[in-house]
Design a protein around this ligand. Sequence first.
Ligand SMILES: *Cc1c(COP(=O)(O)O)cnc(C)c1O
Length: 432
Amino acid sequence: MEYYSLNNSAHKTTFREAVIRGIAPDRGLYFPEEIRPLPKTFFDEIEILTRHEIAFRAIHQFVDRDIPKEKLEEIVANILDFDFPLVIIEDNVSTLELFHGPTMAFKDVGARFMANCLGYFSERKNKKVTVLVATSGDTGGAVANGFLGVEGVEVIILYPSGKVSEIQEKQLTTHGQNIIALEVEGTFDDCQRMVKTAFLDDAITTKRKLTSANSINVARWLPQLFYYLFAYKQSKRYGKEIVFSVPSGNFGNICAGLVAHRLGMPTKHFIASTNVNDVVPNFMNQGRYEPKPSIATISNAMDVGDPSNFIRIQQLFNNDFEQLKTFFSSYSFSDEATKEAMQSVYQRTKYVLDPHGAVGYLGLKQYQETNSNTFGIFLETAHPIKFLPVVKETLDINLEIPPQIQKVMDKTKKSSFIRTYAELKDFLITTS
Ligand SMILES: *Cc1c(COP(=O)(O)O)cnc(C)c1O
């Protein structure tokens, strides 16, 4: 399978190059040249397939020549060593819990897949690869965990000082080894801008081979399609048309879901649920895409003012707005509404939603107001413990700290503070 740049379809490359580069030289996102549907029998028999079989068969065409079959089987087994349970909350409303991995956020799967691929590709190269990544919270932890100890790869994480939760900060600053945390005076957008500038800075790129671990990287983006297949396997038996609601920030996760649909997974509709960062809901209403500065919310992993993967979604629908509208909706919710959803679900069912999952829940309910006879699945993208202060305050409860979180809370933070791009540049050059 080849990948082309969304800025120029003539620029083609392999999976391997797409992973190593992250983004095409013309700054376009890579996109698979072709998505071949899986055989119908795959979906007919999905109940009898294991998690590993499902994932292997779904991802194989996207990596085919660049990773041998045995290695890919090993990678899939490595990264999918935890559960993805579907939990029924109400009639026709269920949640797919994606938080049972090592950092308890759904980004674990993509980050581990990318780390395994990059580790494999750099085995036979002598130049070290530097993964440079900006995080608003969850990405950093998942990437740090996924890449820890991977040979030939150094990871440098930029995060906004004071703007990530205590648990998130511990998850990205306590590893040591090949993982370096830089605490930036500024917002997530500032971190992101610095990273983007560094990628274009020859003084840095001649010294270091840089790649990104954001969801623009195909190795982080595509494996997220597994979730939807795991959900489909568990919900087929309810015999209704399935709809997914995905709490969305950069729109990588939902875009992977749309790829699962393109592989032939029967689905009626996809809903992208956002907080007040509503660029995509506005686009769906007005047909105009207008990026804005991001606004801080309680679902902060989705505070994105210019979602990078939306362009891939448009590509999947041939940039045809009418076609997109028939299959994809997007709704925005305030922090107030999010808290109310957390409270009402908790009071009625005792289920504890994290703020991101609550936004997903709200989007699903809104869609079902006019499409009641559907089986709804919203994705729970983080364990509520990761957003403990909000959950505690909203629900007036205490949560037990799971062992994989306690383990990092006991460790010591280690980070360097930077204020300007010049300081980042200096750091990247002098430490290379
Ligand atoms: C990253 C993240 C999201 C948003 O996912 P995208 O793929 O960027 O849309 C939602 N919830 C949580 C908890 C996250 O960490």
